[in-house]
Write a protein that binds this ligand. Structure first.
Ligand code: GUN
Ligand code: FE
Length: 436
């Protein structure tokens, strides 16, 4: 089973922030040939007629740019229907909008319907892998995994653990959350390309007893992920202090219960102390940077510069429904502005690295996806750089690849996603007859 595609390609080989010369961090082929065999990358080379002739058919996608599939390192599928909820910051937003919405996922039919909508939105935006929050209901995760399995997607998800400070119908208990999560791990972890994340919502909605059992579960299944929120909002941080006075700080709450480490992903991490940055580095824990959410909820500006200087891995997260877009391009657009507000630059190379190989590294799946190294799974996106009349005009005056990628990030969205491939199969094609 071989597929051969001729097009332009760009992919990343290392983190631009850690490189002496940015030009060594990516490979750009203006006219390249990608060979896919049994859903995996066989080769990516410059086009030459002789090589192409070895194959009975070559799919011609010249004029497009192919990049690795986007990786969303933090999002909530059950919040899809409440995206763009007006007026509140984190804690009021949760009580006013989020909890009533998540309560509906007690109904598996509702969960299935939203799962299908959500997975379609990912593919339509070029996202081929994601780390996803379910709700407290185990069936919410069954529904999402069933849908992702049909598409053969590399998806990581988990049932929310939360046993206090939320409406009664959304609470589990330490014991039920342990047993339900364990059952889901046994059923889903490593089924196809699916993996499981133990998912305590955040410290305020778990008692010490629940966090302790979450840590026990992680010790029993060291290969699964930990996925939660950390230091997003100042009122939240003060609340954690009052709920866990015996702990040194917010990060220490998770660390104390064995929930930090190289497969632990913390969304936000905006307001960290110097000591907490050191702890991130020492434990090799990971941050999901969610710019649209951080601006929308007025949470604050993430300090990517310090993360890079400490070599803390950072992935890009849409954080829908606090995040306002499914598009990694739109998310990078706002990441750029978050850096501008701090007097810093975010190069398009660093941005696209974060959305692809950097995301894979953050999720410890960089041996499987993230770029076009031979042997990796063939998850990729065919981009149309000039999908709108404004983009066509802008690109007719564009000089090089760096400028093109930057303008793509600023002006781009789902209209630029021409086609999405998962494990070598085309799973989404844009209907180009629809208006721009
Ligand atoms: N902290 C705890 N729960 C949530 C959530 O659902 N969204 C965001 N943005 N932060 C959280
Ligand atoms: Fe979130």
């Amino acid at each position: 089973d071989t597929t051969v595609i001729r097009s332009s390609f760009i992919h990343f080989l290392q983190d631009p922030a850690q490189a002496d010369n940015i030009n060594n961090t990516y490979q750009y082929l203006e006219d390249g040939l990608l060979v896919i065999e049994n859903g995996h990358i066989k080769t990516l080379t410059a086009f030459d007629a002789q090589t192409a002739q070895q194959y009975p058919s070559v799919i011609d996608k010249r004029g497009k740019l192919i990049i690795p599939g986007f990786i969303d390192t933090h999002t909530h599928y059950a919040q899809t229907q409440m995206i763009a909820a007006y007026g509140e910051q984190l804690l009021t937003w949760l009580n006013t909008y989020t909890f009533p919405t998540e309560a509906q996922f007690n109904d598996i039919e509702h969960a299935r319907k939203i799962s299908q909508f959500f997975i379609h939105q990912l593919l339509k935006n070029g996202t081929t892998s994601a780390l996803v929050f379910g709700t407290v209901h185990p069936q919410s995760v069954d529904a999402l995994f069933e849908t992702a399995l049909e598409k053969n997607m590399r998806l990581i998800a988990g049932k929310v653990m939360m046993n206090r400070n939320a409406p009664t119908e959304l609470l589990d208990t330490p014991e039920s959350s342990y047993h339900d999560s364990k059952k889901l791990i046994e059923q889903w972890h490593n089924k196809g390309r699916l993996q499981y994340a133990i998912t305590p919502r955040f410290a305020p909605t778990s008692t010490p007893a629940q966090l302790q059992l979450a840590g026990q579960l992680k010790a029993q299944y060291p290969d699964v992920y930990i996925h939660t929120h950390l230091s997003e909002n100042k009122d939240e941080i003060a609340w954690v202090k009052s709920l866990f006075p015996e702990r040194e700080g917010y990060f220490d709450v998770y660390d104390h219960y064995g929930l930090t480490g190289k497969k632990s992903i913390f969304a936000h991490a905006i307001h960290l102390t110097d000591k907490e940055w050191d702890s991130f580095q020492q434990t090799d824990s990971v941050i999901a940077f969610c710019p649209t959410s951080n601006l929308f909820l007025g949470s604050g500006l993430f300090d990517l510069t310090t993360a890079d200087s400490k070599r803390v891995r950072v992935g890009l997260g849409t954080d829908v429904g606090a995040g306002t877009s499914f598009s990694p391009l739109q998310t990078l657009n706002e990441a750029y502005k978050v850096m501008q507000l701090q007097g810093k630059k975010l190069s398009p190379f660093k941005g696209l690295y974060m959305a692809t190989l950097g995301g894979a590294t953050s999720l410890s799946i960089d041996d499987k996806v993230g770029n076009f190294i031979p042997g990796k799974e063939a998850d990729f996106v065919v981009l149309d750089l000039a999908a709108t009349d404004l983009q066509k005009l802008r690109f007719s005056y564009s000089s090089g690849i760096e400028d093109k990628l930057f303008a793509l990030i600023m002006l781009g969205d789902d209209r630029n996603i021409y086609e999405t491939y998962v494990a070598g199969k085309s799973v989404y094609q844009r209907d180009t007859s629809s208006p721009n």
